[in-house]
Design a protein around this ligand. Structure first.
Ligand SMILES: NC(=O)c1ccc[n+]([C@@H]2O[C@H](COP(=O)([O-])OP(=O)(O)OC[C@H]3O[C@@H](n4cnc5c(N)ncnc54)[C@H](OP(=O)(O)O)[C@@H]3O)[C@@H](O)[C@H]2O)c1
Length: 183
């Protein structure tokens, strides 16, 4: 059965995007396309769940096929699916999910087989943690202070989520923190 990993790259002061919604200062060459880190992530990933705002980071929705690191089925949470589906091929397909996080995770797990479902987007990360639908939380901490922006853990209901540390890895300038969710 697929396992569900969630998390993002976060500044040392807790932000996953700066005050203009940008992520450039958080990116690390050690996690870029072609890096050992990204190649390992690509090999383990069987499906992706993302929020609509993360999906919209690509200005052209047709960009994903052939360019996005994960050429796998993608499940986008939204209340308003686009009238026209973005470009798809035999590996990368799009499903716009309107009936909640549990439905998105169930669909993605079915698509991922024995591989990992990656869950991205701050609001979606919070939901998957709150609903105890994730198996692991991975936070790559960048040595950057953004001062303001979008907080990854800006949700008082996360207080009850139990975590067990399972690993700390060096990843270029970032420190990758890995936790198992205690269910
Ligand atoms: N640092 C990193 O590693 C990293 C990685 C990716 C993205 N980012 C940044 O993170 C930001 C995106 O995160 P975010 O929290 O703003 O947005 P998000 O989680 O990507 O997307 C939020 C949107 O997803 C839809 N959605 C979420 N939950 C839903 C549900 N249960 N049912 C139906 N629709 C649902 C809604 O779309 P509708 O409004 O269409 O209904 C909502 O507005 C961007 O600024 C991006 O640059 C950072």
């Amino acid at each position: 059965m697929a396992t569900v990993h969630t998390g993002m790259t976060m500044s040392l002061d807790g932000f996953v995007a700066d005050r203009r919604g940008g992520t450039a200062r958080l990116s690390d060459p050690a996690a870029s396309s072609g890096s050992a880190y990204m190649n390992a992530l690509i090999r383990e990933t069987g499906a992706v769940v993302m929020g609509r705002r993360t999906f919209a980071m690509a200005e052209d929705p047709d960009w994903f096929v052939g360019n996005y690191e994960f050429q796998v089925p993608i499940f986008v949470l939204t209340h308003t699916p686009p009238p026209v589906l973005p470009r798809q091929d035999e590996r990368l397909t799009f499903t716009f999910v309107t009936d909640g996080i549990a439905s998105a995770i169930a669909k993605a797990k079915a698509a991922a087989g024995e591989q990992v479902v990656q869950v991205l987007g701050a609001s979606v990360v919070q939901q998957v943690l709150r609903a105890r639908l994730a198996d692991e939380l991975h936070v790559d901490v960048a040595p950057v202070l953004l001062g303001a922006g979008l907080r990854l853990f800006d949700d008082p209901d996360l207080e009850s989520v139990g975590l067990k540390k399972i690993g700390v890895r060096e990843m270029g300038e970032c420190t990758s923190l890995r936790f198992q969710l205690v269910k």
